[in-house]
Design a protein around this ligand. Structure first.
Ligand SMILES: C[S@@+](CC[C@H](N)C(=O)[O-])C[C@H]1O[C@@H](n2cnc3c(N)ncnc32)[C@H](O)[C@@H]1O
Length: 265
């Protein structure tokens, strides 16, 4: 999906007295506790032994899958060292460290897999260098190679709830275009063409988006309110204001689909 967040995030890395980063988020996307629970139940029905999380970030969903599937081993790959460290810390805290690996590497052209379950939530851009929306098609092909026959893929992918107006597009991420995403029907057709059957189709609702976008900014907003004279205050304010304006432009227009896909034999 179009990553609506990275462009405006503070640079990763240790910071001692600057703004915090993503401390109010449980998941790095619009995902409620209720949906996460039902996803984990569905994805573990088939007792996966191997789980691969593409662009895992801190891998909250993978860790919940591993907790629900005690025989499973999981590998999350990402290029963000700070998020991976958070994932390792969480795995340790939950007694899952012996079954959860967080590896700093790019998913582009990865030779990992095939796994019984592949998670790719908000991360399809990690699997293809093509321009949107072709990258979705390429990512689906890559996901089919990464999953075992009969296995499952959870794809969390952006789509247009409706065609955005030119005014809305001009307020979104830099260079936003109507061709950046497909609609939901086309996304499903592409998944089928790539060798999947859709077991379950669901989409993030507005409550999940509002929770995510608020939590995404909340720690930095409260930091800024408390530190108006900090050397980083001006650039932080500019970043927050820019992201808020973008979010107000894609709110209700950009969707996120959670597709539970079966890898057809
Ligand atoms: C929106 S976040 C989603 C994180 C996680 N899947 C989740 O749902 O919480 C997108 C992630 O993709 C990662 N990413 C971007 N390019 C990547 C690449 N080439 N290889 C691996 N990960 C990548 C980013 O570092 C980021 O953690």
């Amino acid at each position: 999906m179009t990553d609506t967040t990275n462009e405006t995030e503070a640079a990763p890395g240790p910071r001692t007295d600057g703004p915090p980063r993503l401390t109010r988020l449980t998941f790095h996307g619009p995902l409620s506790e209720a949906r996460a629970h039902s996803l984990v139940q569905r994805l573990t029905r088939t007792n996966p032994a191997t789980v691969l999380d593409i662009g895992c970030g801190w891998g909250e969903l993978m860790l919940r899958v591993l907790a629900a599937a005690p025989e499973a081993k999981g590998t999350g790959i990402d290029v963000n060292a700070e998020d991976l460290a958070r994932g390792r810390h969480e795995a340790e805290a939950r007694g899952l460290a012996h079954r959860a690996a967080f590896v700093e590497e790019s998913a582009a052209g990865t030779s990992r897999g095939p796994a019984d379950l592949v998670l790719c939530v908000g991360s399809s851009q990690a699997l293809s260098a093509a321009e949107p929306p072709e990258h979705t098609t390429e990512a689906l092909r890559a996901l089919r190679r990464l999953v075992a026959d009969g296995g499952r893929v959870l794809l969390g992918e952006g789509f247009w709830e409706r065609t955005p107006t030119p005014a809305e597009l001009s307020g979104m991420w830099p260079g936003a275009a109507a061709t950046d995403h497909y609609d939901l029907a086309t996304l499903l057709d592409l998944a089928v063409a790539a060798g999947f059957r859709p077991e379950w189709t669901e989409t993030a609702n507005l409550d999940e988006w509002e929770e995510f976008e608020s939590a995404y900014q909340a720690d930095v907003e409260t930091w800024l309110a408390e530190h108006p004279d900090h050397p980083l205050a001006a650039e932080t304010r500019e970043r927050l204001d820019r992201h808020r304006a973008q979010w107000m432009s894609y709110r209700g227009v950009l969707g996120l689909a959670y597709l539970t896909l079966v890898a057809a034999r």
